[in-house]
Design a binder for this molecule. Structure first.
Ligand code: 3HC
Length: 286
């Protein structure tokens, strides 16, 4: 296995919200990064997200402009997976779809040196099943970042059925080198984070649909009542209603009826009201 001290260049597959965030934190912590998506437009959108986020950090004095510019320079964009060939560690952050992820891991297995660890940012899918698309299941691990990646402190390390202990240690070490604190979960649906968070969001949506309170009072009640930064409806909008529905559906399939997605969640996704990213979810955005 390529160890922690040999990691200089990190490959990130997927330039969406999570992939671009992971690329950004890797670069601001001194790593060279290759960020890949399937189309040039998607890579460019990833860079736009990074530029906006770096500027927010600079404006808030969390990073100086020079360091932000240097980080930006360290990120190379590509649409060609072959450009990840000389990476020392790879994180995948593509769509939450098992077939898509297995295809990506099959391709990575052919592209990247055989001693390189392949991590997945999956939020609910089985690490073990993703790993079995490769010839190196012992080198596959879950590295589940939280959104927005540049400001959230935690990363969940998920241990697949065949993940090697040394790989688990490497995943903790690398996440810490990216400025994060970690916790560890077994490869059970939703791990710790989404197994608990998604039903919380889902129940918030049901409470809203059943007129328990206004959307504002549901969010305000949970913010003030449990000291969290966002209530369930505003958090659903922040994460993306499609992401919430996909995750809840996986939990429902794996763990049964207690995870049945709320009717209103399904309806809103059908309507294309996916939260902040489309300008409308449970709230409206500029
Ligand atoms: N990049 C850089 N900086 C950012 C940023 C980003 N993407 N988003 C927010 N910030 C900065 C802001 O600029 C601001 O900086 P300042 O204090 O210097 O002005 C600071 O963070 C606070 O932001 P805001 O003032 O805009 O608003 P908030 O105080 O509400 O913070 C938040 C925003 C950090 C998103 C906070 O509301 C929060 O922590 N919410 C909960 C998020 C959460 O739970 N995420 C996990 C979701 S679950 C998940 O990701 C798992 C997945 O599998 C589904």
């Amino acid at each position: 296995m390529r160890g922690f001290d040999s990691i200089d260049r990190i490959g990130v597959v997927g330039a969406g919200t999570m992939g671009s965030g992971i690329a950004q934190v890797a670069a601001t912590n001194g790593y060279d990064v290759v960020m890949r998506d399937v189309e040039t437009d998607l890579v460019e959108e990833g860079f736009e997200t990074i530029d906006e986020s770096l500027s927010r950090l600079v404006d808030g004095d969390a990073l100086d402009r020079e360091a932000a510019d240097a980080a930006r320079e360290r990120i190379e964009g590509t649409t060609d997976l072959a450009d990840l060939a000389d990476c020392d560690f790879v994180v995948e952050a593509v769509a939450e779809n098992m077939d898509v992820k297995r295809d990506v891991f099959g391709d990575l297995n052919e592209t990247v040196d055989e001693d390189v660890v392949l991590a997945t940012n999956t939020s609910t899918l089985s690490i073990t099943s993703i790993a079995s698309a490769t010839d190196r299941p012992e080198l596959v691990v879950g590295l589940h970042f939280m959104n927005p990646v540049p400001v959230m402190d935690g990363v969940e390390v998920v241990v697949g059925e065949r993940t090697d202990d040394e790989v688990v240690s490497l995943a903790h070490g690398l996440a810490e080198a990216l400025g994060k604190e970690t916790w560890e979960a077994d490869d059970k649906p939703g791990f710790v984070s989404n197994r608990i968070l998604m039903p919380w969001i889902n129940e918030g949506i049901r409470a809203y649909d059943e007129r328990v309170a206004t959307r504002e009072d549901i969010d305000r009640g949970m913010r003030l009542g449990t000291n969290v930064p966002m209530g369930p409806l505003e958090l659903a909008d922040h994460v993306g209603l499609d992401v919430c529905l996909d995750a809840t559906e996986t939990l429902h399939e794996e763990l049964g009826d207690r995870y049945t997605p709320a009717y209103l969640l399904r309806r809103k996704v059908e309507a294309g009201d996916l939260g902040k990213k489309t300008g409308r979810g449970f709230y409206e955005y500029e």
